[in-house]
Write a protein that binds this ligand. Structure first.
Ligand code: UN1
Length: 497
């Protein structure tokens, strides 16, 4: 199965057989590939080649660069099914979500193509006669991308589609758990490059296979102008200071601990569906997964009854065969979930679900029933992000208290409120409301569209990816003052003669 998918996607067998990095599928734990890791000296060469590619690519007019991304988007459209299936094989998310991830890639390509004709700056009034000022945006340099297993392809595409139209070259270090999808994306991009022709330099996009050390090499190399890294807060705490120490730029997309405030006036049918998708979907392994439900005490019992009914009806099993919940990525993820649930029980919490589910033929697959954990208070356990389907339930009396609970965690990615009271809704998205990068009304915290800026505050890292004006992160800003007069007046009225 893997072979025929890889063949359709244009990856030769030799690229994923016989190497030292073993890749397994979380579906049943079986081996699906062995890749050769990139050596330290090969990473060094790759960086040097990325610099050369940048030097050529920045000379190509931006709308032409957009044409390459348009061709890449076409490749993704043609191969959506195969790439979606490969995503499912490699990271275990259900096929609907694997396909959704590829759709996000297609969407960002469309956005980037349009953006390639809109890399505009401001014109600014000068205080001096016969002068004007403007801002120009120029290509930045080689961009290093470090991505996580749970979204193995879309975040790479958010960054690379924009980075390419902005005139940069790419170096991609995918998660060591999901390198096959990276090879497939690279193969599709290479096909687009071939169609595009000679204007695209060699080594415009390169994949680096390896574990932590390979990523660190990118992080520490001052030739890499920007590091965009998705992963845990622990990883970001190492990457951020290292890039800053060499005055590089970084975009960090780290942990989330996303809450929903459920108000008494909410449409509970809608809220239940939203909770189910955002807490249970992707087996709780999105950075935007709903992890905390802050429900008004007057509706808690009703909501818990609805949720437990919905949770019990969820199908758990092989993500290629129509289940709603696939496996956790590996046994470490399972162990982490079990240890957190055991601690919660020790603390007196009421735990519903969370058991291992045996799927015939998948004894090395780690499938679990999603868990609901009623907590008396938002303690250290709740404030910690566990990358598994655990939904903590907390109660509130007044909206202010619920907003304080929403904000009282170290992470600040996504949040939402379900209410039909416009005052509550607007307060939640106001300056005294949610402190997160994403704050939604009557929609769950996950499943953002690519048109907006994606990312969060505090320990989430402060980076933004995808839409809005995020393209500016992949360019350098230049301020130009132009004198078209025959005089040389100084700014601030200074006389110097
Ligand atoms: C992630 O989990 O790293 O908003 C990204 C969402 C998706 C992206 C998630 N569009 O849930």
């Amino acid at each position: 199965m893997i072979h025929s998918l890889m063949e359709k996607l244009g990856v030769a067998k030799a690229q994923y057989q016989g190497g030292d990095l073993i890749v397994t599928t979380p579906i049943d734990g079986s081996e699906i590939g062995r890749l050769t890791t990139t050596s330290t000296s090969d990473v060094d060469t790759a960086i040097a080649n990325a610099e050369k590619a940048f030097s050529a690519w920045k000379r190509v007019p931006a709308p032409r660069r957009g044409e390459l991304v348009r061709l890449f988007g076409e490749q993704l459209r043609q191969h959506k099914q195969s790439l979606g299936e490969l995503v499912t094989w490699e990271c275990g998310k259900i096929l609907q979500e694997g396909l959704g991830e590829v759709q996000e890639m297609i969407d960002i390509c469309d956005l980037a193509v349009g953006q390639s004709r809109q890399l505009f700056g401001l014109t600014i009034a000068s205080e001096r006669p016969g002068h004007h000022m403007r801002e120009s945006w120029h290509p930045l340099g080689p961009i290093g991308l470090i991505t996580a297993f749970n979204f193995p392809v879309a975040p790479w595409a958010w960054n690379s589609a924009l980075a390419l139209v902005c005139g940069n070259s790419l170096l991609w270090k995918p998660s060591e758990k999901t390198p096959l999808t990276a090879l497939a994306c690279q193969a599709l991009l290479e096909r687009a490059i071939e169609q595009f022709g000679d204007e695209a330099p060699a080594h415009l996009s390169q994949v680096i296979i390896g574990e932590r050390a390979a990523g660190e090499q990118l992080v520490n190399d001052s030739r890499v102008a920007l590091i965009s890294a998705t992963g845990s807060t622990r990883m970001g705490r190492e990457v951020g200071p290292k890039v800053a120490a060499r005055f590089g730029r970084s975009i960090l997309e780290l942990g989330g601990n996303n809450a929903m405030i459920l108000a008494p006036s909410a449409d509970l049918d809608m809220a239940t569906r939203a909770i189910l998708f955002s807490a249970v979907g992707t087996a709780g392994q999105r950075c935007t997964t709903l992890r905390r439900l802050v429900v008004h005490e007057s509706i808690k019992d009703d909501v818990l009854t609805r949720l437990k009914k919905a949770y019990s009806a969820v199908t758990i099993g092989n993500p290629l065969e129509g289940s709603l919940v696939g496996p956790l990525i590996d046994h470490q993820a399972f162990d982490a979930m079990q240890s957190v649930l055991a601690k919660a029980r020790e603390q007196g919490a009421n735990v519903f679900g969370g058991e291992r589910v045996e799927i015939p033929g998948s004894d090395q697959g780690y499938y679990v029933t999603p868990a609901i954990v009623e907590m008396a208070e938002q303690n250290a356990l709740v404030k910690h992000e566990t990358f598994a389907p655990i939904l903590y339930v907390l109660t509130y009396k007044e909206l202010d208290e619920a907003i304080a609970t929403n904000n009282d965690v170290p992470q600040g990615l996504s949040s939402c409120i379900f209410t039909t009271d416009v005052r509550e809704a607007e307060t939640f998205v106001s300056a005294v409301g949610s402190d997160c990068g994403i704050a939604n009304i009557n929609i769950g915290p996950s499943g953002a569209e690519i048109g907006g800026a994606f990312g969060g505050e505090k320990e989430t890292g402060g980076g933004r990816e995808s839409g809005s004006d995020v393209w500016k992160s992949y360019m350098r800003r230049q301020t130009n003052t132009v004198n078209y007069s025959r005089e040389l007046p100084l700014a601030q009225g200074i006389k110097f003669d």
